[in-house]
Write a protein that binds this ligand. Sequence first.
Ligand SMILES: NC(=O)c1ccc[n+]([C@@H]2O[C@H](COP(=O)([O-])OP(=O)(O)OC[C@H]3O[C@@H](n4cnc5c(N)ncnc54)[C@H](OP(=O)(O)O)[C@@H]3O)[C@@H](O)[C@H]2O)c1
Length: 331
Amino acid sequence: MQLRQLGRTGIRVTEACLGAMTFGRETEEADSRAILERYLGAGGNFIDTANVYNVGASEEILGRALGARRDTIVLATKCRMPMGGDPNQKGASRRVIREQVEASLRRLQTEWIDLYQIHCWDAHTPLEETLSTLNDLVREGKVRYIGASNYTGWQLATALGVAREHGWEPYISIQPQYSLVCRDIERELLPLAEYTGLAVLPWSPLGGGLLSGKYQPGEAPAADTRAADTTPSAVLMRMRIQEERNFAVAQAVHDLAAELGKTMAQVALNWVLHRPGVTAPILGARTVAQIDDNLGAIGWQLDADALGRLEDASAIPRGYPYDFIDWIHAR
Ligand SMILES: NC(=O)c1ccc[n+]([C@@H]2O[C@H](COP(=O)([O-])OP(=O)(O)OC[C@H]3O[C@@H](n4cnc5c(N)ncnc54)[C@H](OP(=O)(O)O)[C@@H]3O)[C@@H](O)[C@H]2O)c1
């Protein structure tokens, strides 16, 4: 796997990150460990998890599985999502961050987290409170770098400005949803990341599995798929398979994959891997066969004709003011 710079930091990460969201949830520990081994065996060095993934179980599995190899891994985790029913067990407050970073360090069996991310914007906590606490964690050596996930453009730009104003550690990365069926970040977050040098770490690069071709319009999802999961955590997946447009994109991926002798997942992931501005997509897998398939997306590149066909199928309207600004620039 090729190495890429993690934003403007001195850290080098592999071009694909391994997501551990399935670990301890739909994937039991032995298979989670096998998925991890396949990724490490392919040369990967970058792993993403969160405190909330199966309420700590994902971090615990990683802590047990990595052992001494932790030193060669760039380990990313997150806080902010609810860890219980108490109103102060969620959010990006000083109290939550302080408690949760200690819990993550314990579960991951490590003395430091390489990239500590705020999982989603928190409208109830002043940015100064969140960012000063994160700055302290870096100063204390518990965390090396900080990142944001699920922020809008103005939220992220404001956070960068507040950090600069106070001389605090800035966010060095953004973790947004990005795939052929979710390209909204091309309007704001990708240009902002390019302008400021932020690393971009796309989540759900297969649209939660939709781009692997396992769903058909109007048909009930098969058992053992994310869309068949009836828990609230799969609500986004169930929404994705209601959208007709997503199946038109999947059809274009299907046709291209058949011509190229690749799987649909490989074509869809290859597109994200080589998008301008992307640092490393986060690969998700429920099974060893899936991670093996997905690792086959690395080491080759879709040509201009293939990219053009995917563009035709998946491009989104620019909208105002982006189209207006483009038009003025073109004159
Ligand atoms: N920051 C955030 O808010 C956020 C949100 C979501 C995810 N993430 C991160 O991003 C990572 C990846 O997200 P994701 O799991 O949604 O990614 P994804 O690649 O879009 O979806 C992965 C899912 O698709 C199915 N799949 C994967 N490879 C397949 C293949 N080759 N053939 C058939 N089905 C396949 C599996 O689900 P089934 O087999 O169950 O159908 C798998 O769990 C997560 O592990 C997590 O680290 C972050």
